[in-house]
Design a protein around this ligand. Structure first.
Ligand code: ATP
Length: 774
C-alpha cells in the first residue's frame, strides 16, 4: 500500500499558496515577472513559491519547489533571461508526469500556478487544469492521498503570462521579451547600416521567428529596411523580381545601402523555404550588389530587458496574482494580455486556439486568414511598411486634383521618433502623390523665411532626404518651442504663400498648444482653415489626448540604463541610496514608469508633491531596508524624484537629509541625468509607433480632402490629436481636449492614466502606506 503523505492545512479564505514558473524558451523580462508575482503574492497575504526549471521542477518536486521571501527577488527586475530557470520537459507531456506534478503541488498545498511561457507551456498548463480533478481522484484511488487531504485543493487556478521573444501569441499586442529582442535586433542592424552605407553594400539579416514574422516586420519598420520576409504574409509569386525591382528603384533614387530582413521561418506562397542565401544570390546576381548575410542568432534572446518589458512583466505579474485571487471554480483560465495600452485578462484557451490557427492557416496556405489571426496592429504595421517602401507602385497615386501640399513641422524639444514619423509621412505622401513640405525650425523658423531664398526654411522633402531618418535621434528638420501666436500674421502669410493644404505637427505640449492656437485663430485667418493633426512626441508624455507620446520610451530606456549603472555602484558599496532626478516637466509619468522598471524604492511626482512627513517615513523605511539586507549583492537603492516634484525639497536636499538622518548607517548621493534622457538613438518602440502614427495621421488628413474652408472650420475633427487611449488608437478633436481634458496651468492632461501605478511601485518595493498618507 502506498504511503499517505499529509498536505498542509488549507489557507484562510481569500488567501492562497501561489507558485510561479517560467517555461519554454527564455525571454528578457521573465525574471521581472517572477519578482512581481512573488512580491504581489506576499503583499496580498498569500504564500509564494517558485518552481525552478519549468515543468521539470514541478515533476521532480523537492528542492525544485521553493518558498519565496521578499528579499529573494531583490534586483531581479533588471536581469535578463529567467533566474528560476526554464526547461523543456518531456515527462509533463504524459499523464504520469502530470500526476507526479499534482502530487508535488498538493504536498505543498499549492493551489494556484502562474506560468510565464510560450503557447506550448500555456497549453500544458491548461491541460493540467482540465485534468486536475481526475488527477486528484487518481491520487486518492491509488492511496497516495486521502479524500480529506485533497479536499481543500479541488480547484486549481492557472494564470498565463506570455513570455516569448517572438510575439507569437494571438490576443496580445506584445509578449514579455519581444521588445527587448527587437531592441537587440535594431541595434545590430543600426550597426550594420553604417558599414553598408560606407561600402554601398547590401545585407541580408536573418532574425528569429518560425511561424511569426513580428520581429522581422518590426525590425523592417524601425530600421527602414528595403524588403522583409514574414511567414504569415509571404511575398507574391514572383517575389524574386518584385524584391529586385524595389531594391533597384531605391538605388536609382540614390540609396547607398540595402537591408533585407528574413524571418527564420520565411517561405514563399507554396511554403518553399526562403533562405538568406537565396536572397543574397539574387541581390548579387540580379541587382549586382556586393551582398553579405548576417544571422543574428541567440544574441536576440539575451541581455537585460528593455524598459517596456520590465513594465509589462511587472504590471502583468501583479495582474496575474489579482486574477488568481478573483477566480472562482467557474472562471476559465485567464492569460494576461496587453491591448494598445491596457492590461486585460483574456481566455487562455481561446488565445491558444487562435495562435494555433495561425500556424494551421499558414500550413493550408490561407495567408489572409493567418494575417487575420494576428492583431490589427500587425496588419497596420505591414501596410505602413509597404506604403513607405513601395516607391515603384504607381497604382497608389491619387488623381492630381486629390493631391495635397502637406506642411510638416516639429515643435518643442526634440524627442526620439520625431524623424521616423516624418520619414513615414514623407514616404506616404510621395507614394500617394502629395507634396511633403518641411517647415524648418518650428514656427519661428517658418516666420523667418526669406521670400527670395530658394533654400529657405520651407522646402519640399525628397524620398532620399527622409530615407536616412528612420533611426536618427533629434529633429532633422529642426524644432523650436516658439508658438504661432508669436506671429500669426506671418504664419498665415507663409501658409498661403506655400499653399499648405494640410498640416502635420509633431512635438510635445507646445505642438499641442500650436494646433490649439491655429484652430482658435481660424476666425481671423483663412489660411488656418486646413486639416491639422498633432502627433504627440515628447519625453515627458504630458500631451493631452493620448496616453503615450513617442519619445517617452526612448527616455525611459536611457533612464533605466543610467539607473542600472548607478544601482550597480550603490550595490557594490552596499550602503548607499541614490536620489535620481528625472525630467518630465510637471508630469510624473517618466519618474513613475522608470520607478516601475528599475524597482525604485519610492517615486516623488509633481502631482503628489513631497511632504516632510513623507521624507520622515521614507527615511524610516530606508533604515529598515538597510537593516534587513546586510550583505545582499543586489542591495542598490534608488529613489526617483521628478524635477518639479517640489520647489523646496530639491534632489540634493533630499539626498543630504537622508545622509544626515541615517545615523552613519548608510550613505546617500544624488544624480541628475539631465538631457541624457532625451536619448541618442530612438528606441524601436518609438520608431515603430512613429511610423504607424505618421502614416495614420496622413491617411486621416486625406479624409478631409475636398471640404471647403468653411466646412473645415466648422468640423471639430479637422484639428485633431492622434493618440492611444486605453485599448484603442484614436483621433480626438482638439476643441474638446483643450476645453475638457487639459490642465493648462501645469501643462499636462487632467486625468493621467498612470497615476495608480505609483501604488504598484510602492507595493513592490514594500514602501509603507504611511509615507504617502500625510
Ligand atoms: P517557445 O515559445 O519558446 O517555444 P513554449 O512554451 O511554446 O515556448 P514548448 O517547448 O512548446 O515551449 O513547451 C514547453 C514545455 O511545456 C514542454 O517542454 C512541456 O513540458 C510543456 N508542454 C508543451 N505542450 C504541452 C502539452 N500539449 N501538454 C503538456 N505539456 C506541454
Amino acid at each position: 500500500m502506498a504511503q499517505i503523505t499529509l498536505s498542509p492545512p488549507a489557507m484562510p479564505a481569500g488567501q492562497k499558496r501561489i507558485a510561479v514558473m517560467t517555461s519554454g524558451g527564455d525571454s528578457p523580462g521573465m525574471s521581472a515577472a517572477v519578482r512581481a508575482v512573488v512580491r504581489q503574492t506576499l503583499a496580498s497575504g498569500c504564500v509564494s513559491y517558485a518552481i525552478y526549471e519549468g515543468y521539470q521542477g514541478l515533476v521532480d518536486g523537492g528542492d525544485m519547489i521553493k518558498e519565496m521571501q521578499w528579499e529573494d527577488v531583490r534586483g531581479w527586475i533588471s536581469e535578463g533571461g529567467t533566474l528560476i530557470g526554464t526547461a523543456r520537459c518531456k515527462a509533463f507531456m504524459e499523464r504520469p508526469g502530470r500526476l507526479t506534478a499534482a502530487n508535488n503541488m498538493i504536498e505543498r498545498g499549492i493551489d494556484a500556478l502562474v506560468i510565464c511561457g510560450g503557447d506550448g507551456s500555456l497549453t500544458g498548463a491548461d491541460k493540467f487544469r482540465a485534468e486536475w480533478p481526475s488527477l486528484l481522484d487518481e491520487l486518492v484511488s491509488s492511496g497516495k492521498r486521502t479524500e480529506e487531504g485533497v479536499k481543500p485543493y479541488r480547484h486549481l487556478n492557472i494564470v498565463g503570462l506570455v513570455g516569448s521573444i517572438d510575439n507569437d501569441l494571438s490576443s496580445t499586442d506584445a509578449t514579455i521579451g519581444c521588445y527587448s529582442s527587437l531592441q537587440r535586433i535594431c541595434q545590430a542592424i543600426d550597426y550594420i547600416d553604417s558599414t553598408a552605407f560606407s561600402h554601398q553594400r547590401a545585407f541580408v539579416v536573418e532574425v528569429m521567428g518560425r511561424h511569426c514574422g513580428w520581429l522581422a516586420l518590426m525590425a523592417g519598420v524601425s530600421c527602414g529596411a528595403d524588403f522583409v520576409f514574414c511567414p504569415e504574409n509571404p511575398p507574391s509569386e514572383n517575389w524574386e523580381s518584385e524584391m529586385c525591382s524595389i531594391v533597384r528603384k531605391h538605388r536609382e533614387l540614390g540609396k547607398r545601402k540595402t537591408i533585407v530582413i528574413v524571418a527564420e521561418g520565411a517561405h514563399d506562397r507554396n511554403l518553399n523555404h526562403i533562405s538568406p542565401t537565396m536572397v543574397k544570390d539574387l541581390l548579387t546576381n540580379k541587382v549586382g550588389l556586393d551582398t553579405r548575410v548576417t544571422t543574428l542568432g541567440h544574441v536576440q534572446r539575451g541581455g537585460p530587458p528593455c524598459a517596456y518589458d520590465r513594465m509589462l512583466a511587472t504590471l502583468q505579474g501583479v495582474e496575474a496574482v489579482k486574477a488568481v485571487l478573483d477566480s472562482t471554480p467557474e472562471t476559465p483560465s485567464p492569460v494576461i494580455c496587453i491591448v494598445e495600452n491596457k492590461i486585460v485578462r483574456k481566455d487562455l484557451m481561446e488565445a491558444i486556439k487562435l495562435t494555433k490557427e495561425v500556424a494551421a492557416n499558414i500550413e493550408k496556405k490561407d495567408f489572409a486568414a493567418a494575417m487575420k489571426g494576428r492583431d490589427a496592429e500587425f496588419e497596420e504595421f505591414l501596410q505602413a511598411f509597404n506604403i513607405t517602401t513601395a516607391t515603384d507602385k504607381t497604382d497608389l497615386l491619387l488623381p492630381a486634383e486629390k493631391r495635397m501640399r502637406v506642411g510638416i513641422i516639429h515643435v518643442g524639444a526634440p524627442a526620439g521618433g520625431m524623424n521616423a514619423a516624418t520619414r513615414a509621412a514623407v514616404a506616404y505622401c510621395l507614394t500617394k502623390g502629395h507634396t511633403p513640405i518641411a517647415l524648418h525650425n518650428g514656427f519661428p523658423g517658418l516666420c523667418r523665411h526669406h521670400d527670395d531664398e530658394p533654400l529657405g526654411s520651407v522646402r519640399e522633402i525628397t524620398w532620399l532626404d527622409a530615407e536616412q531618418w528612420a533611426s536618427k535621434g533629434g529633429s532633422e528638420i529642426g524644432t523650436n518651442r516658439g508658438l504661432p501666436s508669436e506671429d500669426f500674421k506671418t504664419t498665415a502669410y507663409c501658409f498661403e504663400k506655400y499653399k499648405i493644404d494640410a498640416l502635420f505637427v509633431v512635438g510635445g505640449f507646445e505642438a499641442f498648444t500650436s494646433v490649439s492656437e491655429l484652430r482658435k485663430a481660424r476666425d481671423q485667418y483663412d489660411a488656418f482653415k486646413i486639416p491639422m493633426v498633432c502627433l504627440p512626441a515628447t519625453v515627458s508624455n504630458n500631451v493631452p489626448g493620448t496616453e503615450f507620446s513617442i519619445g517617452s520610451d526612448t527616455c525611459l530606456n536611457a533612464l533605466i540604463d543610467y539607473c542600472d549603472a548607478i544601482k550597480q555602484s550603490a550595490s557594490a558599496s552596499r550602503r548607499r541610496v541614490f536620489v535620481v532626478e528625472t525630467q518630465g516637466g510637471a508630469s510624473g509619468y517618466i519618474a513613475t514608469i522608470a520607478g516601475l522598471s528599475i524597482g525604485a524604492l519610492a517615486v516623488y511626482t509633481p502631482e503628489e508633491g513631497i511632504h516632510l512627513n513623507m521624507l520622515v517615513e521614507d527615511i524610516k523605511f530606508l533604515k529598515d531596508q538597510f537593516a534587513k539586507d546586510r550583505g545582499h549583492t543586489r542591495s542598490g537603492k534608488i529613489i526617483l524624484r521628478n524635477e518639479k516634484a517640489s520647489s523646496v525639497y530639491t534632489t540634493e536636499f533630499i539626498a543630504d537629509c537622508i545622509k544626515e538622518e541615517s545615523g552613519g548607517k548608510f550613505d546617500s548621493r544624488f544624480a541628475v541625468p539631465g538631457h541624457v534622457q532625451q536619448g541618442g538613438i530612438p528606441s524601436p518602440m518609438d520608431r515603430v509607433r512613429a511610423v504607424r502614427f505618421g502614416v495614420k495621421s496622413l491617411q486621416y488628413l486625406e479624409t478631409m480632402y475636398g471640404k471647403s474652408k468653411d466646412e473645415i472650420a466648422k468640423d471639430p475633427m479637422s484639428a485633431a490629436v492622434i493618440g492611444i487611449r486605453g485599448a484603442r488608437v484614436k483621433f480626438s478633436p482638439m476643441e474638446k481636449i483643450e476645453r475638457e481634458e487639459t490642465d493648462w496651468k501645469d501643462r499636462r492632461p487632467k486625468d493621467e492614466f498612470w497615476m495608480s501605478l505609483v501604488n504598484v511601485v510602492d507595493t513592490l518595493s514594500g514602501r509603507p502606506k504611511a509615507s504617502r498618507s500625510a
